[in-house]
Write a protein that binds this ligand. Structure first.
Ligand SMILES: [Mg+2]
Length: 407
């Protein structure tokens, strides 16, 4: 039997008192209130406490005191509150909280800034879809304002559809996931590399050394828009690198720039016990180095063929394309012992779409519109660590993970 069931069976429809205390937060308020209540031998049914900008709201739902003692309890609590320069309100009623509706979701909203107008629109959309907001919690204020709404009374899918349309119009990112234990059980994150984990497109870095940047960039753009078959475009671009000295590989490795927040994301995920991998339509010559540098559990990419100290203009082995990325996500999940429904995939390009759709949560990261619209959710801020907020990880947890690492 769960704790809430025990509480429910004990309280049933018995009379209860809701005691609300509001005022400047300081140590000892909670102890003081319950010390005052203890004199009446009441039991605690529920407690909620929130502190916002130094102001505390403490709500306690307690059983009724013995016959004829409610008046006494009320005046004692009020005089205690007055002595603490707090306001108190006591409301009589029956039983516990109203049971939460069927269908529970977590709606994470990322805004920079998060305006009152967009908050109003999101709340109205939730209500319009038949949802009730049970709790609201700020996950982070940096680098974006991230707020999580716990919603019940509507299934996750219709809620997601109701909110997806609003997000870009409101200038916010919204992720809707089903609430429950499985969210905490998400244990594998697989990322794309080019323009996701790193700011660059690796083939363009090679192309710069080969003096064929413009040709390669044009093919990349068309492929990312989904206008070209990825495998054909890969072969066409790699062919342009033929004859390039192999020493360029080291130079390119040094030129690669991680996306802001990449280290924080990976470090935090690892501390939380996630496994983290990358799949790339780029090259093992770069992803292997990233795997070492970042402590990634999995990495897979294409390999540039090198013969006699020169790039041959070919790739070896099975090509990692759109379908290949989804296949690798499945393979990593199997190796990690994580069900696919508990995986998270992050990517920006059309060749990430199969992987994003196969994952339990697919996150389009600063993606092209075609990708953004097809993914479960999108992040349109250039900080990779904001993805953590979509997973319900708070900034405090992120900072705790960092402090721990520096110890
Ligand atoms: Mg990419």
């Amino acid at each position: 039997m769960s704790a809430s069931q025990i509480t429910a069976s004990r309280t049933g429809e018995v009379p209860t008192l809701l005691v609300k205390v509001f005022g400047k937060d300081r140590p000892g308020i909670t102890a003081g209130l319950f010390d005052t209540l203890a004199a009446f031998q009441v039991d605690v049914v529920d407690i909620e406490q929130v502190v916002t900008r130094g102001r505390l709201v403490l709500c306690a739902l307690v059983t009724q005191p013995g016959e004829g003692l409610e008046g006494d309890l009320r005046s004692t609590v009020h005089s205690w509150a007055e002595s603490m320069k707090m306001q108190a309100e006591i409301i009589s009623g029956h039983g516990d909280n109203r049971p939460r509706g069927v269908g529970r979701s977590l709606v994470t909203v990322l805004g920079h800034p998060l305006t009152a107008e967009s908050t109003a629109a999101i709340a109205a959309r939730i209500a319009g879809a038949g949802g009730n907001i049970d709790r609201i919690f700020r996950l982070a204020k940096y680098p974006v304002t991230a707020v999580e709404f716990a919603v019940s009374g509507v299934a996750t899918e219709p809620l997601r559809s109701a909110l997806a349309a609003s997000a870009s119009a409101l200038g916010v990112d919204i992720a809707v996931v089903s609430a429950g234990l499985h969210r905490r059980a998400q244990r594998l994150v697989v990322m794309d590399v080019d323009s996701t984990l790193i700011q660059d497109e690796v083939i363009e870095l090679f192309a710069a050394h080969a003096g064929c940047e413009a040709e390669v960039a044009a093919v990349t753009e068309a492929a990312m828009r989904g206008e070209l078959d990825f495998e054909q475009s890969l072969h066409a671009r790699v062919a342009l690198l033929k004859g390039l000295d192999a020493s360029v590989v080291d130079k390119v490795r040094e030129e690669v720039r991680l996306t802001p927040g990449a280290r924080t994301l990976i470090r935090t995920l690892k501390r939380l016990g996630y496994q983290v991998g990358v799949v790339s339509g780029g090259f093992t010559q770069v992803t292997d180095a990233l795997q070492d540098r970042l402590g990634l559990d999995f990495a897979h990419a294409n390999t540039l063929e090198i013969a006699d100290g020169k790039l041959t203009g070919k790739v070896t082995g099975e090509v990692v394309d759109r379908a290949g990325k989804a296949r690798l996500l499945r393979r990593f999940a199997a190796e990690a012992g994580v069900p696919l429904s508990q995986t998270v995939a992050i990517g920006d390009g059309a060749n990430d779409l199969d992987m994003l759709n196969a994952a339990g949560l697919g996150v389009a990261f600063n993606a092209k519109p075609v990708v953004r619209e097809a993914a479960h959710t999108a992040v349109n801020f250039p900080f990779l660590d904001t993805v953590l907020y979509l997973l319900g990880v708070s900034r405090e947890e992120v900072e705790a993970a960092q402090t721990h690492d520096e110890d």
